[in-house]
Design a protein around this ligand. Structure first.
Ligand SMILES: O=C(O)C(=O)C[C@]1(C(=O)O)C=C[C@@H](O)C=C1
Length: 406
């Protein structure tokens, strides 16, 4: 997949070199700053060279933001290496603030998302936290890291779409990182075909967008009769921005109407998704879990693995644990088991069978505060070799309305 984002690629090594000592900084992301994944560097010398104090003052420049990311990252790396934990890194006990939609630490909540301004993920962040500071990240993994390194308070990441299906990368990352699902957002997604002013369909030789967005518009784009190749890029709004900055008169982007406004493009076709009920589901991630409740609808997400050789029969038993308790499953997804993807079964006569091993992700409609759910999971533990609760969180109950222009 091509990466078209024209934002400067920030390596933390270079940030440290250009850092001015004795400045006083605060974590503030300028609105068009993109956080890049470059957290591997010599943390000890980074801290020694940088000598930045954190005082809570507002740093408003991009350099401020870059330095702050570098220092935060280096502090975490250092403390982890030394086995030394500061107050910031000790898991905090759950407090009343965890029951509230946003932390009450006095400042604007910072929400990391993948993409650039105008991306649907930014809209999802705004739906979850209306007055948040949305922090653009160039990859999903960077959004996870931004929360882990305290650069952001939350990450909002897409996990499935009603037309395109699951966003597998984020399922894999959920397991690799230790963040908790604390909420979900269902966002109606209304795509537009965007191009530079004056460009018409006949000029187009290619249409670029996020692969999910292209797949959600596959039939409509074909019906429009465009003689244009489709090319996948990192995100929808990034595609629009690329066309604008490179002045591409032969290229259109599938993106939101907000992206058209932000990057000065025109809407060639409105509502190009193959179905008007196109919805993407996002999960909200945080460093600490929310306290599960029973006074409103909750969902719980878990991931488990079957014991050796018991793949489908263990899955059957797990499903029955939920079914016998009338707990409704809303989602099941299997992913290759990364550590042991294949089980080899030797049979002297007929050769060697190779079975694929899977991890199963299941969402069910119950709160971990309910005895029913606790009993189901106690039983599931008996049937599985590995079980992790990814989060128990309030369901998005906003009334349904088909996608319309963002
Ligand atoms: O590219 C964007 O705008 C995104 O927010 C990403 C993404 C995705 O990953 O599925 C999110 C929602 C839409 O389904 C299309 C793309």
């Amino acid at each position: 997949m091509q990466s078209l984002t024209p934002y400067p690629r920030v390596s933390l090594k270079s940030v440290i070199r250009t850092n001015s000592p004795s400045s006083t900084k605060r974590v503030v992301a300028p609105s068009r700053m993109v956080v890049k994944s470059a957290y591997r560097f010599d943390s000890a010398s980074a801290v020694a060279n940088a000598e930045i104090k954190f005082s809570g003052e507002v740093g408003s420049t991009r350099a401020d933001w870059q330095s702050t990311c570098a220092i935060l990252a280096s502090k975490v790396a250092l403390q982890q290496k030394d086995g030394h934990k500061t107050l910031d890194l000790v898991p905090k006990p759950v407090t009343i603030s965890d029951l509230l939609p946003a932390p009450i630490h006095g400042s604007t909540i910072r929400v990391a998302y993948q993409g650039v301004p105008g991306a649907y993920s930014e809209a999802a962040a705004g739906k979850a936290y209306p007055n948040c500071e949305a922090i653009p990240c160039d990859q999903f993994e960077v959004a996870f890291q931004a929360v882990e390194l305290w650069i952001a308070d939350r990450a909002v990441l897409p996990v499935e779409n009603s037309l395109g299906g699951s966003i597998h990368r984020n399922y894999d990352l959920l397991l690799r990182h230790n963040l908790h699902i604390v909420g979900e957002v269902q966002l109606p997604v209304h795509h537009c075909l965007l191009a530079l002013p004056g460009v018409t369909a006949e000029h187009l030789t290619r249409v670029i967008s996020h692969p999910q967005a292209l797949s959600q518009c596959e039939h409509t784009l074909t019906q429009l009769g465009l003689a244009a190749a489709r090319e996948a890029v990192d995100d929808t709004a990034g595609a629009a921005e690329f066309i604008a900055t490179k002045n591409l008169r032969d290229t259109a982007a599938v993106a939101s109407s907000r992206a058209a406004e932000l990057y000065g493009l025109e809407i060639l076709a409105d509502g190009v998704q193959d179905d008007s009920s196109n919805v993407t589901r996002f999960v909200v991630l945080a460093r600490e879990p929310v306290v599960p409740r029973t006074d409103r609808p909750f969902k719980t997400s878990v991931v488990f693995a079957a014991p050796d050789g018991e793949g489908m029969s263990a899955l059957f038993k797990v499903l029955s644990s939920f079914a016998f308790r009338n707990i409704n499953l809303t989602k099941i997804e299997s992913r290759p088991h990364r550590n042991q993807p294949i089980r080899v079964v030797e049979d002297g006569e007929s050769g060697t069978a190779k079975h694929f091993e899977y991890l199963y992700y299941v969402d069910f409609e119950a709160s971990m505060a309910e005895a029913n759910a606790q009993n189901a999971l106690a039983e599931v533990r008996e049937f599985t070799s590995f079980l992790r609760v990814l989060g128990s969180y309030p369901m998005d109950m906003t009334p349904w309305c088909p996608s319309k222009r963002a």
